[in-house]
Design a protein. Structure first.
Length: 255
């Protein structure tokens, strides 16, 4: 499962902006779309340009150098599963190696402190390898526990690493936080049986399209109840990830 999640995270396209999206300016909101000067495309909400991949990524969370890919709308589930299975492996190694690690510690004390055992060079090297490997595994387990806790917290509150950094780590409620269950389904899909597996199979796809996002604004809920898209926002409202070039697209079209 770990290798499967790793391959899926590395090879799955995180999400790209559809061709010509946003160029048909038919309403006030569209006229205020953000524009990417590098890709020469309009950027949907929560879309960011990755300088490493040299492209815009839908719902970009971050660029991961360990898998040489961005984490975005379509592979965020695979990335979180990768963290989960890496953590499970580190815990399994910690438990399975604990007896050998304690024996190596006991041997070291008997041989070099109490003097009750002879000093054997090959055995010394073996015990050093066991102790170093166990300590490295423990360090990785602690770091991965903190890292996984951070990403699960982001997924449940419908935030991304980039949005969290833009708020400088200060507590805030995301505009797109529509309940923990729905937030989780936007990443892992609506089929609970497929949550543990790094695959979509149709029914396990993330809810939404990575372009339009339902919000927790009362006016959006009213529009949704009236049959209008809930993600059409007031043109004067701003989100945490709205950049300096938000008006560039309108100026470009008008010019």
């Amino acid at each position: 499962m770990l290798v499967w999640s790793f391959i899926q995270s590395m090879t799955t396209d995180p999400g790209q902006v559809p061709v010509f999206w946003g160029f048909h300016l038919g309403d006030p909101e569209n006229k205020r779309r953000r524009y990417c000067l590098m890709c020469n495309i309009f950027k949907p909400e929560r879309c960011h340009h990755c300088s490493s991949c040299n492209r815009c990524v839908l719902n970009m969370d971050h660029h991961c150098p360990w898998i040489n890919n961005c984490i975005g709308f379509w592979n965020r589930k695979f990335f979180i599963l990768l963290l989960i299975y890496v953590l499970i492996v580190t815990y399994f190694v910690a438990v399975s190696m604990s007896f050998a690690w304690l024996e190596s510690i006991q041997w070291s004390l008997d041989a070099y402190y109490f003097g009750t055992k002879g000093r054997n060079q090959p055995e010394l090297i073996t015990n050093i390898i066991i102790q170093v490997a166990y300590m490295l595994n423990g360090i990785i387990a602690i770091l991965m526990t903190m890292f996984l806790k951070f990403h699960i917290k982001l997924a449940l509150s419908n935030k991304t690493t980039i949005e969290n950094l833009e708020m400088k780590g200060n507590p805030y409620q995301s505009l797109y936080d529509i309940s923990a269950k729905k937030n989780w389904e936007q990443v892992f899909g609506g089929n609970k049986w497929l949550w543990p597996f790094p695959v979509f199979c149709g029914s396990g796809k993330p809810l939404g399209d990575g372009i339009y996002w339902p919000t927790n604004r009362p006016e959006d809920n009213e529009r949704q109840n009236s049959g209008q898209p809930a993600n059409r926002r007031n043109p004067q409202s701003a989100s945490p990830n709205r950049g300096q070039n938000s008006n560039f697209g309108a100026q470009r079209m008008q010019g």
